[in-house]
Each structure stands twice: as structure tokens, then as C-alpha cells.
Write a protein of this length. Sequence first.
Length: 457
Amino acid sequence: MPMSSTRGKITLIGAGLNGPLLAILLIQRGYRVELYERRPDMRRVRLNAGRFINLALSTRGIHGLQQAGLWDSMRSIIIPMKGRMMHSLAGGLTFQPYGKNESEVINSISRAELNIALINAAEQQGAKIHFHQRCTGYDLKTGVIRLFNQDTGEPTTEEAEVVIGCDGSASSIRSEMLKLNRFDFSQQHLDYGYKELTIPAGACGEHLLETHALHIWPRGNYMLIALPNIDGTFACILFLPFEGADSFAGIQTEEEVYRFFQSRFPDALPLMPQLANNFFANPTGSMVTIKCSPWQVEGRALLLGDAAHAIVPFFGQGINCGFEDCTALVELLDRYGPEWMRVFAEFEKERKVNTDAIANMAIENFIEMRDRVADSRFLFRKEVELALEAKYPQLFVPKYSMVTFHRIPYSVALARGEIQDRILAELCASIDRVEDIDWTKADLLVHRDLNPLEIPQ
Ligand SMILES: Cc1cc2nc3c(=O)[nH]c(=O)nc-3n(C[C@H](O)[C@H](O)[C@H](O)COP(=O)(O)OP(=O)(O)OC[C@H]3O[C@@H](n4cnc5c(N)ncnc54)[C@H](O)[C@@H]3O)c2cc1C
């Protein structure tokens, strides 16, 4: 049922994941929303390869969907993952739970399904979505956007007094801001690329690996991961260096693909009958961290989501963080009303310190996932972490849990995580069993170094 708009128009660029969610939250507050998306309508046109990758949705993302009234309807398209299932080279399996109990899970969801659900909901609530419309520029003085119809080749312009760039890591709105004096911008690419692969469902539509887990084949400086889909398939991603030994550059023929998988992922290979086809049909993606400032210009234009702060995917937080942007922005709007300059400035002040923190944690987590999860000392530390959390629930919450299962600001999670790492290093130094934790020392360190944690509900 479309909502009636009592306030002004807001123009959003990009109907990826953040654009439609933000549209809904704005419409609920009485704004009229126009969305311009360069791609065709994904409900009608088959997506290119590379757009099927699954996302891990966790507490922050779920909160955003709840605020928009969408979470309950999403439950049928997610699969909860309770932990990581590590696959050793010899085929051994080790399961490591993500959280302290079964309610602490992350949720596998198809990016395309999530995007379609968001677009449908935004349209139902009254957002006007213009597909095939690529934004080619924005005049920050006159408030006019330039558009190019990708289908007909027709260029047009539209008045857009308030524009929010939700147009991802190659944002057109950010490109305009780059022309301004003293605009800070940095982009850092990883030397690694990623490739989407598939494990099909079994003969009866069943999952061929444990369903409720995120599977990881950690191999030192690279890895394969697999996330379950509701249709019985697994969406896999191979993360590999672009160059050098064991790299994308080193795999050029079908024979090389099979040889590589046979030697490095022997238990995954029999599950991937389409391996060579997938490998050569799907593009090799790159991963980038983008930081920039300011995110806004005179209450007229704002960047949000990946447009403001693209991060590498290893903490599974890109969209969780983006949805948190959306709720943070509308909370400020609720507080200050449409004083855009103030709202946008406060938004950047509140969010940037946190998005910088998750950007750094996401890079650190790459090393953890591809390498350290295979190390028995690392797994032991994780057990000690959970024991400390059970004993000191208001003081010691593992960094992974602060980021994934709570809405504790990312910057707080980063800072406390560093203190907790030091405590863990001291407590684990000379023991191999959780039963041997020196609780007197733990008491002293935890109470000395950590203040009670404020956990937003
Ligand atoms: C391999 C991989 C795995 C990931 N896994 C996770 C995960 O597990 N969990 C998680 O939370 N995040 C994950 N992410 C990150 C997540 O995908 C991004 O953070 C999220 O998609 C950002 O949403 P967005 O709406 O800001 O940008 P996007 O989703 O990129 O959407 C931007 C939209 O804008 C459109 N657009 C771009 N330019 C223009 C223009 N000039 N004019 C009009 N439209 C335009 C695009 O077509 C697109 O539809 C992953 C990312 C990758 C690459």
C-alpha cells in the first residue's frame, strides 16, 4: 500500500541493496523518493554472472530490515549458519561455532533475492524506480542530475534538490565530489581477486555439505568458501592472488583448474561438476577499500553505503554496515527534521569513525579466515574467548560477536578487541585446555582493563 508523501522529494542514485531500503525508511517518514538505477530491472532480466554471490546477514542488517518491516518476510529466503566448517587438505572437518549459543548465527541470503525483495517492497510503498538510468553527473550548485538511458541512449536531466548516492564503490556522486577542493579520497585494492563458483544440489535437491555452516577451505594465503542457498546449492567464492604461484594468472586452462582443485581442494572437486565452465564463464572480481571525506556537500548531496566506504568482504559486514547507515540517517532525520546540512554533517560525524574501524577489521579478518582458522592455537583461543564471555558477559564479548551479533559501534569493537587480544594472549600463553584458565589472573585483567560494555538493544 503506497504511503502518502507529505514532505519533499529525495533523489537516490542506485537501486542496489542500500538504495531501496533507504527509500522505504524515507517514505515511512513522509518523503517522496525517486530512485535511478543504471541496470535493467533485475526482476525481468537475467543477471550477469557474478551477481549471485551470497551475503551473510547479521544483527545490524537484520535491524535495518526490521525497521523497514521486512525481516519477517525474509525468513523464508535465509539459511542460518551456526559456525564455520573448516575443510583440511586431508579432508578432515572441524566445526567452530560463531557464537555462544544457537541464537548467535549469521544468515546466508542470495544477493539477488534480497535485492528483488527490497525493490518490490520499495515500489509497493510508493518509491518510483527508474531502471536503465545511469547517473552521469550532478551539478552541486544547481541541484540538477544528469542521466543517460542505457537502453535508448537518451540523455536527460532532472531536478534533484537532495541527492543521496547509494551507487556503490564506483559512485557517480562521489566522482562529482572529487572535483571539489580538499576532498580526501583513498582506494586500496587487494592483490587478491575472487571468483564465483557453484556446488549444485544433490539428486533430491539436498545440500551436499552440512547445511547450517559457512564452509571454508583455508589454505594459507588463499581460500575457498561456500554458503548455502535455499534451493540446495552452495554459492562458493574462490579468493586467490591475481599473480604469482597459486594465482588466477597461473590458471589458464581447464586442465590447470582441475589440477589446482585436485591438489588444493580435493574434497570440493567431486561436488563441482561445472567447475571449469564456472571458472572461465564468471569474471574475476577485485576487492577495494575506499575511504573518503567529506561524505556530504552543503546539505545537498550525501554518500551512503559502499559509495562512502567500500570495504573488503571478509567480515561479512558490507551490507550490514550499509543498512546501519540507513537506520542511523533516518534516526538523525527523526531528531532534527529535514535540516539537511545538520543531518548530513552529524551522519558523517557519527558513522565515519565506525566505517573506518570496520574497514580495518575486514582486512585483518582476511588473514584470520584464509590462514589462522586452520591453526589449533587459534581455535583454542576462540574457546577461551567464549569461556571468558560466559563468565563476564558485560565485560568480555569476543570481537567477532561485538561486530556480528550486536550493534555495538564498530569503533568500540575495534578498541575493545585490541585490549581483549592482549588479555587472551596472557591467559593462553602457557595452557592448552580451557579447564586450566587461571581465573584469578583473568579476574584481575578483565576488571582492570575493561569497563562494562553498553550493549544497544
Ligand atoms: C565477494 C563479495 C562478498 C560479499 N559478502 C558480503 C557479506 O557476506 N555480507 C555483507 O554484509 N556484505 C558483503 N559484501 C558487501 C556488499 O555486497 C556491499 O557492501 C553492498 O552490496 C553495498 O550496497 P550498496 O547498495 O552500497 O552498493 P551496491 O550493492 O553496489 O549497489 C549500487 C547500485 O548502484 C547502481 N549504480 C552504480 N553506479 C550507478 C550510476 N552511475 N547511476 C545509477 N545507478 C548506479 C548499481 O548498478 C547498483 O545496483 C560482499 C561483497 C563482495 C564483493
